[in-house]
Design a protein around this ligand. Structure first.
Ligand code: RP5
Length: 195
């Protein structure tokens, strides 16, 4: 029995074939950020992460892999991420959310964890599992919910912007726009309620 047959016997059909860098991914622009989610059911809850990366012009790839259901794929993918040009990993998972911590254990790249809401505890479980990493293997954990997913992208951008002046200025412009939005809202409120 060769290694591929052994993997297939242990993990199911197709397990012996590397799924880590599919042909399609190799031809795409080299990604700087990897966004992983534990299940495709997480996608709508972290959409703002991808939207924010796209808006600020950061190259990224999005994958579904699970610390529990496909641990072998996670290990292989994360192990090769830095050499493929990935600089920051964002990992989103719900429930007993181990994905970000497991990713962090396989790389020295910075890992940002998004606790995904849902299930019986509505994200409290994912928040604690992601944020409470034992000392030595850090995961930068953002909040539960859409704001957390946005912040994961912004934090990844801040890390990349340390070595990318153009990205730093796009980030500064985004922050200025957020400031302006509050000022505009304040002005509108004043007009609406001033006697
Ligand atoms: C986690 O379990 C996933 O990240 C997801 O949030 C949760 C439920 O997954 P599904 O049962 O919807 O695939 O691993």
């Amino acid at each position: 029995m060769d290694v591929r047959e052994w993997k297939e016997q242990r993990h199911g059909r197709g397990a012996g074939v590397s799924r880590v860098v599919p042909q399609k991914t190799r031809k795409m622009k080299m990604a700087q950020v990897a966004v992983l989610m534990g299940s495709s059911s997480d996608l709508p809850k972290i959409q703002s992460c991808m939207d924010t990366l796209k808006k600020l012009g950061v190259s990224f790839e999005v994958r579904v892999m699970s610390a529990h259901r496909t641990p072998d794929v996670v290990k292989e993918y994360i192990g090769g991420a830095a050499s493929r040009g990935i600089r920051v990993i964002i990992a989103a998972a719900g429930g007993a959310a181990h994905l970000a911590g497991v990713c962090a254990s396989h790389t020295i790249l910075p890992v940002i964890g998004i606790p995904v809401e849902g299930g019986a505890l509505n994200g409290m479980d994912a928040l604690l599992a992601t944020v409470q990493m034992p000392g030595g293997i850090p995961v930068a954990t953002v909040g539960v919910g859409s704001g957390g997913a946005t912040n994961a992208a912004l934090l990844a951008i801040q890390i990349l912007a340390l070595n990318d002046a153009e990205l730093a200025s796009r980030f500064a412009a985004d922050r200025a726009a957020r400031r302006q939005k509050v000022l505009d809202a304040d002005e509108a409120m004043l007009k609406q309620y001033s006697n």
